[in-house]
Design a protein around this ligand. Structure first.
Ligand code: AMP
Ligand code: ZN
Length: 472
C-alpha cells in the first residue's frame, strides 16, 4: 500500500494509483546549467517514478522546460544570440546531466515556446478573463485576480490578508488591482526583443505560472494524480497553478502534491543567486561520477534538508564500493559454485528482502530501504565467508538486486545489466526474422532494441546484446 505525504493536506495519505499515473514535474528554466540543488528535486522525482513503476504502475510523466522568461531573455541578449539558440544550448546540457544522473526520461518535455503550448496558454487566459478571474491592466499585461479565488493560499497555508492591499496600487511597477495578483500575460517591452507572441491583449509573452498550468492540463488532463517540485515552488508558483487550472476547469487540479526539501550548503539553500552552487559537470570534472552524485542526492529522505559536502560524496563513493564488491562477489560465486554447495532454503535467510520495497511504499523512506540493502549485504558476506550460501540463494539475491536497482539505478557501468523481458522478446523476433532472411524486419527490430538502450552485435551464428554505454 502506497502512502505519501500530501503538502495540500499536511498528512500522509493512502495513494491509489489509477490505470495510468498522470505525473507532472516542474522542470528547469533553461538559462544556464542546472545546479545539483535543482537536481535534488529531479532525482527525488525519478526515485518516485521508478518506485511507482517497480510496483507495477504505468507512469505518464511530463516535465516542462521554461524557455522564455526574464532570465533566458537577458542571457540571450547578453550573448547576442536568438532566444531559441541560447536556450537550445542549456536544454542540451540539461539532458546530458539527466543522463549522467541516470534520470529516467519523462514521457514528454514540452517547452513553453512550442506553438501549441503558447496557444493553450492564450486559450486558458481567455477563459479566465471571460469568467472574471483575470483582467487586463493599464500596462496592457493580463493579471490573475486572486480575490476571485478564495482558496488561494491553501497549498502553502499562506495568510492572504497579509498579502493583500485593499486599495488599488499605482506606482511604476504595479498597475494591478492587488499587489499579489500575478501576471498571466506580460505585455511586450523593448527588452523582450523578439520574444513576443500575438495575443488578444496585444504582443507579449506568457507568465511562468500559466506555462505549467497550460502544459500540464494539455498533456495530462484537467485532474492529474501527482504534482511535484522543490519546496520553493510551493508558493507562489504551485498556488498559482492551482488557481488558474481550477478556475478554468472547475475541477481539482492535482490529487497529491509532493515537495522536496532543499539541498543546503553551510546552512543555506544552494542557489545560483547565493553563488554557493555546483553543477553536475563541475563535480564530474573533479572526478566524481554521475552515479556518486545521484547516490548523494537520493540517499536522504526527500522531505529532509540535505547538507551537501565533499565528505558526503566520499561517503557515497564508499557505499557504492561496498555494493559493487558485493555484486562482484555474488557473481563470482555463482560462476564458480559447484552444484553440490549446501542448499539453504530461501525462507531461512533473507526474510527481509521485500522490506526494501515496503520502506519505499512509506513516503519513499529511503533510509529504511538502504538499511535493508546494507543488512542483506552484510549477511550474505557472512554466509559466503562461512561457505554456507547456496547457488540458488546467490542467484535469488542477484535477482532481487536487479529489482532494487531498477529503482536506485546505481549499478556500475561495467556491470552487465539484466535484459528486460520486452528486449528479450524483440531479440527473439529478430532471430526469427534473420532466419527467414527478412532483413528489413531485422533492421527495424535492431532499431527498436536500440531505442530500449541495447545494442545488437551480429556474429556469424548469434546476436550479441550489449547495453548502450551510459555516462557515469
Ligand atoms: P528553477 O529552475 O529555479 O525553477 O528550479 C527548478 C527546480 O529545482 C524546482 O523544482 C526548484 O524547487 C528546485 N530547486 C532549486 N534549488 C533547489 C535546492 N537548493 N534544493 C532542492 N531543490 C531546488
Ligand atoms: Zn511549474
Amino acid at each position: 500500500m502506497l502512502h505519501f505525504y500530501n503538502t495540500l493536506t499536511r498528512q500522509q495519505e493512502h495513494f491509489t494509483p489509477g490505470e495510468i499515473i498522470r505525473f507532472y514535474t516542474c522542470g528547469p528554466t533553461v538559462y544556464d546549467y542546472a545546479h545539483i540543488g535543482n537536481f535534488r528535486a529531479y532525482v527525488f522525482e525519478d526515485l518516485l517514478q521508478r518506485h511507482l513503476e517497480a510496483r507495477g504502475n504505468t507512469v505518464n510523466r511530463v516535465m516542462n522546460l521554461t524557455d522564455v522568461d526574464d532570465k533566458t531573455i537577458r542571457g540571450a541578449r547578453r550573448e547576442g544570440m536568438l532566444l531559441q539558440e541560447y536556450t537550445a544550448r542549456y536544454k542540451k546540457a540539461f539532458f546530458e546531466d539527466c543522463d549522467a544522473l541516470r534520470l529516467r526520461p519523462a514521457t514528454s518535455y514540452p517547452a513553453a515556446t512550442d506553438p501549441e503550448n503558447i496557444a493553450a496558454m492564450i486559450a486558458m487566459i481567455q477563459t479566465l478573463v471571460e469568467k472574471g478571474h483575470a483582467y487586463q491592466a493599464e500596462d496592457h499585461s493580463v493579471y490573475f485576480r486572486i480575490a476571485s479565488f478564495p482558496r488561494y493560499g491553501q497549498l502553502a497555508h499562506v495568510d492572504l490578508d497579509a498579502q493583500r492591499s485593499s486599495k488599488r496600487i499605482k506606482n511604476d511597477e504595479y498597475t494591478k488591482e492587488e499587489i499579489a495578483d500575478f501576471a498571466l500575460w506580460k505585455a511586450w517591452n523593448q527588452e523582450d526583443d523578439a520574444a513576443s507572441w500575438e495575443s488578444p491583449w496585444g504582443p507579449g509573452r506568457p507568465g511562468w505560472h500559466i506555462e505549467c498550468s497550460a502544459m500540464a492540463t494539455r498533456l495530462l488532463g484537467d485532474t492529474i494524480d501527482i504534482h511535484c517540485g522543490g519546496v520553493d515552488n510551493m508558493f507562489p508558483h504551485h498556488e498559482a497553478e492551482i488557481a488558474q487550472c481550477e478556475c478554468v476547469s472547475g475541477r481539482t487540479f492535482a490529487r497529491l502534491w509532493m515537495h522536496c526539501a532543499h539541498l543546503m550548503v553551510d546552512g543555506m539553500k544552494m542557489a545560483k543567486s547565493a553563488g554557493n552552487f555546483y553543477t553536475v559537470r563541475d563535480l564530474m570534472k573533479r572526478s566524481w561520477s554521475g552515479r556518486e552524485i545521484r547516490y548523494v542526492l537520493l540517499s536522504v529522505h526527500y522531505r529532509m534538508p540535505l547538507n551537501f559536502t565533499m565528505e558526503g560524496l566520499e561517503a557515497a563513493r564508499h557505499s557504492l564500493y561496498r555494493i559493487d564488491e558485493w555484486i562482484r562477489r555474488l557473481e563470482e560465486f555463482i560462476q564458480h559454485a559447484a552444484d553440490s554447495a549446501p542448499i539453504i532454503k530461501k525462507e531461512t535467510c533473507f526474510t527481509t528482502l521485500e522490506d526494501f520495497f515496503i520502506a519505499l511504499d512509506d513516503d519513499l523512506n529511503i533510509s529504511a530501504a538502504l538499511a535493508v540493502l546494507f543488512d542483506v549485504i552484510r549477511e550474505s558476506h557472512r554466509l559466503l565467508d562461512q561457505e554456507i550460501l547456496s547457488h540458488n540463494e546467490a542467484m535469488a539475491l542477484l535477482d532481487w538486486w536487479h529489482r532494487v536497482d531498477s529503482i536506485l539505478a546505481i549499478t556500475p557501468d561495467s556491470h552487465p545489466k539484466e535484459i528486460p523481458k520486452n528486449v528479450q522478446q524483440l531479440v527473439s523476433l529478430r532471430y526469427k526474422a534473420r532466419a527467414a532472411k527478412n532483413w528489413i524486419e531485422s533492421d527495424r527490430l535492431r532499431d527498436a532494441i536500440k531505442a530500449h538502450g541495447w545494442i545488437i552485435k551480429d556474429t556469424k551464428n548469434e546476436q550479441k546484446l550489449l547495453p548502450q554505454e551510459s555516462n557515469s
